[in-house]
Design a protein around this ligand. Structure first.
Ligand SMILES: Cc1cc2nc3c(=O)[nH]c(=O)nc-3n(C[C@H](O)[C@H](O)[C@H](O)COP(=O)(O)O)c2cc1C
Length: 322
């Protein structure tokens, strides 16, 4: 299997898991890793929250050996806080620090962070420089195509990232104003790849092994990254790996196998977060895993009410009996 380098970190050239707040937590990253995700990224963490020791920090930044290589993703709008945050997270010995320049949500972009930094290249450069200078590991930047269709500037920002000391850029091929809808236009990934010498990670709308290969072929990117295409199907990573290696896509797991994976996943969430909070978070995952099963709509609705591991297991028994 070929590998790709982000700074000194070697990563299998298969597929990475995208950062997803409230979805890609430790359990999610671990299960994706177990199915062959080459690289994973934490949920985004506020540099100010980190500095002022928000008590969620440890949960967000803790890395188990199974998750490595893994990046911690930071967001903010002040180079000084990035420097302070980098110093504070050193103890987690993350492989990579990723800077969020793509988040569109008002709480983030409305405060000059996330995707708003694509409209402020000077500040973006300062943030990347400050982070790269303070960090002992490689620094990467996750961007979008641009703010809107009239200001597509991923190439400009990727060049700035390279000049400011970043070792890679990940490009979500949508504008900020598209949010998560509309089709991702992979052409921008190809243009970024042709404009910089650092590693380029392509992202947007990969939902199958064939899509992953097509993004490699059409854009020339160094690594592909998947977000929503992994919902309820972490085995997509092993399908991508097999397809890249042999041209064969292994079949989808059977309904029983899928439910076994769901239980394993839910147990991992509960181990991290306790049953009460863990099961509340497991509901959406359960609904995703049940997609495509017989009478899925009814069972998926009922996922919204599960409170205990036992509730989940009995729902699964019923679903498998259909
Ligand atoms: C629920 C959700 C949460 C997300 N959270 C983050 C985040 O914390 N940081 C980030 O850079 N991108 C975040 N994203 C964007 C994804 O990383 C990815 O760029 C986007 O979903 C496009 O990829 P996809 O089409 O494969 O889903 C999030 C996306 C979703 C759907």
């Amino acid at each position: 299997m070929q590998t790709v380098k982000i700074g000194n970190v070697e990563i299998e050239k298969t597929a990475a898991l995208a950062p997803m707040a409230s979805v890609a937590d430790k359990a999610y990253r671990t299960i994706c890793k177990q199915f062959g995700a080459a690289y994973v990224v934490s949920e985004m963490v506020s540099v100010k929250g980190l500095y002022y020791s928000d008590n969620k920090t440890d949960e967000l930044c803790h890395i188990s050996d199974e998750e490595r290589p893994m990046a911690i993703q930071l967001f903010g709008d002040d180079p000084l806080y990035f420097k302070l945050a980098v110093e504070k997270i050193e103890k987690y010995t993350q492989s990579i620090i990723d800077i969020n320049m793509g988040c569109p949500v008002p709480k983030v972009a409305g405060n000059g962070s996330g995707s708003a930094l694509m409209k402020n290249p000077k500040l973006a450069a300062k943030i990347i420089e400050a982070t790269a200078l303070a960090a002992k590991c490689p620094v990467t930047v996750k961007i979008r195509s641009g703010w809107d269709f009239d200001s597509i500037n991923a190439v400009e920002i990727a060049k700035i990232a390279e000049e400011s000391g970043a070792a890679a850029v990940a490009v979500h091929a949508r504008t900020k104003t598209q949010l998560y809808s509309g089709k991702a236009d992979w052409e921008i990934i190809r243009r970024v790849k042709n404009s910089v010498n650092i590693t380029v990670i392509g992202n947007g709308d990969i939902v199958s092994a064939e899509d992953a290969k097509r993004m490699y072929d059409e854009t020339g990117c160094d690594l592909v990254m998947l977000g929503r295409g992994t919902y309820g199907r972490p085995w997509i990573f092993s399908q991508i790996k097999s397809y890249l290696e042999s041209g064969e896509v292994p079949p989808e797991p059977t309904a029983r196998e899928r439910m076994d994976i769901l239980i394993r996943h839910a147990e991992m969430i509960v181990a991290d977060k306790g049953e009460r909070r863990g099961m509340a978070e497991a509901r959406k995952h359960a609904a995703w895993y049940m997609k495509g099963m017989k009478n899925a709509a009814a069972f998926r609705n009922r996922c919204g009410t599960i409170e205990t591991m036992e509730d989940l297991k009995s729902l699964i028994c019923e679903a498998l009996a259909e």
